[in-house]
Design a protein around this ligand. Sequence first.
Ligand SMILES: [Zn+2]
Length: 295
Amino acid sequence: MRTAGFQAWLRQVAHLTRRQRDQLFAALRPAVDLDRACATIEQARPDPACPTCGGCRTHRHGVQRGLQRYRCCACGRTFNARTGTPLARLRYRERWLPGLGGMLEGKSVRATADALGVHRNTAFRWRHRFLHLAKHDRPASLTGIAEADELYVLESQKGSKRLDRPPRTRGGVARRRGIDGDHVCVLVARDRSGATFDFVTGRAAVTCAQLQQHLLPVLDPDVLLVTDGHAAYQSFARKTGISHEALNLRKGERTPGRPARAEMKWTPPADEMLERNWRVKMKGGSSRAHGIKVP
Ligand SMILES: [Zn+2]
């Protein structure tokens, strides 16, 4: 639309009735959602390398359906930020972010599909592609002050050929109270910059050996690890020489006693993870599909 025409049209917006404004908003909504989706994709891969030859020398080559297109100087192929990712060739981009929002709210595949006006197979495919991306989206390491905590979820063996326990109905409950072999332990660690790692350490409570296997490789040597003081963390810190601050949560201790470290307010990362319903509370899908694979 030409600028002069657009300005004249924009002036008319002030005179719309409420109903007309609603109609205008509904008409703009898909385009706004598409812009947000494109911005999110490009933000995730600001300077993508060539997915064909891995070459880093590229130049801009026009815009295709809202996404910047690049051309590789080495092999001449064109691509954009989603080429070669699990999001390539998925359609209805304008509905992805509302779809992802529905997933994180714990909506079922069918409810998400109905809300978005897509087929349930499409909503199912999106869910698995998004999960695939989330599994591989990892920061380099944890630095400064890092908090670690565990999250216990009932393992879903949906789709498994053989179950190693009696089947449960509709997710069900554990056979016994407390943490036992029915639960899978998800170890969550996060630093103050927001970099977050999660690992599936196995069935039942986390051990020192599992912490050494999973947590140690992602910790910066100078990190200060803050935990709830579980015995496994204590012996992990002793063995590896990582600085460790254990908080006594039973005594209501939320910040460590030393004044110099008063800025460290304990916010267990696993709580936040549950709050965000991330991976765990999403209805449907086996543990394996959610990246919770018992080693
Ligand atoms: Zn190339």
